[in-house]
Design a protein around this ligand. Structure first.
Ligand code: 6PG
Length: 259
């Protein structure tokens, strides 16, 4: 049985409000407990939902100076390229709230995917040593306070796609792919062990196009699809001792019968 908390909203706008309320809550809790908040962002519509954090009351209540921002995955393109998750996040959020630039961990866009992945992993290992990012006792993985995921219609999360070898990595924290079915082809991405070591994982999914994948992941079956539920990367997101919350709009949840 796929474990998680499933929150269903009338529409995308209410989903976005529910998501930013949750992010603000986790941020406050993390800052209170440890003095800072480590959050990792995925790309896509998730980032546009976060735009609400620039509005009242979040822009005043969130302790922005305590945020440390990471990327769950990033496309291997220049930071000012239209496909860059960093560019999107900067436009939507990072340029509008007082986050310290040095707390936004940017990925090197001047090197190959392989080098960018190993550099990012090296930086993470340093940050775990200094406890800027917590560490998971069970597997020494970085333990982010919050990992934010979107999901594709094929059940992919981050840049981990169905049947891809990257899903089986156990020791790497960051890997790279050059054959992403979702363009652009070159990406670097957290591996599943890092995602499942987080204190909190949130998956934000909207739209009817994803309703079959949502049902396969959460209910574990779906008569309209030939996909194998177990193969879907999103179904492998089961934090070992963290909390998992799904934020769905009615359309994405329209085929569910178990929540
Ligand atoms: C990326 C993302 C990817 C994304 C999903 C959902 O960089 O492409 O990390 O995993 O979150 O594809 O994207 P949408 O919400 O825009 O459909």
């Amino acid at each position: 049985k796929y474990k998680g908390d499933f929150r269903i909203f009338e529409n995308v706008d209410e989903l976005a409000t529910g998501l930013v309320d949750y992010i603000a809550e986790i941020s406050e809790m993390s800052v209170k407990e440890r003095g800072f908040f480590s959050i990792a962002l995925s790309g896509g519509s998730l980032i546009s939902f976060m735009g609400k954090l620039c509005e009242a009351p979040y822009n005043k209540t969130v302790d922005w100076g305590k945020w440390h921002i990471f990327w769950v995955d990033e496309r291997v393109v220049a930071k000012n390229h239209v496909d860059s998750n960093y560019k999107l996040a900067k436009e939507v959020l990072l340029s509008k709230v007082p986050i310290l630039p040095s707390h936004v961990y940017s990925i090197n866009d001047n090197v190959s995917a392989e080098e960018a992945a190993s550099e990012y992993e090296f930086v993470l290992r340093q940050l775990v040593k200094t406890r800027t990012v917590n560490v998971s006792e069970s597997n020494d993985c970085p333990k982010f306070d919050l990992i934010l995921l979107g999901m594709g219609p094929d059940g992919h999360i981050a840049s981990l796609f169905p049947w891809h070898a990257s899903l089986d990595l156990k020791d790497d924290w960051v890997t790279y792919i050059t054959d992403s079915p979702k363009p652009p082809p070159e990406r670097i991405t957290f591996t599943l062990p890092v995602i499942n070591s987080a204190s909190n994982v949130a998956v934000a999914v909207s739209g009817a196009a994803k309703a079959v994948a949502v049902k396969l992941v959460i209910d574990g079956y779906c008569k309209e699809s030939t996909e194998f539920a177990t193969a879907l990367p999103a179904r492998k997101v089961q934090p070992s001792d963290g909390q998992l919350v799904w934020f769905l709009d009615n359309e994405a949840a329209s085929k569910l019968d178990s929540v």
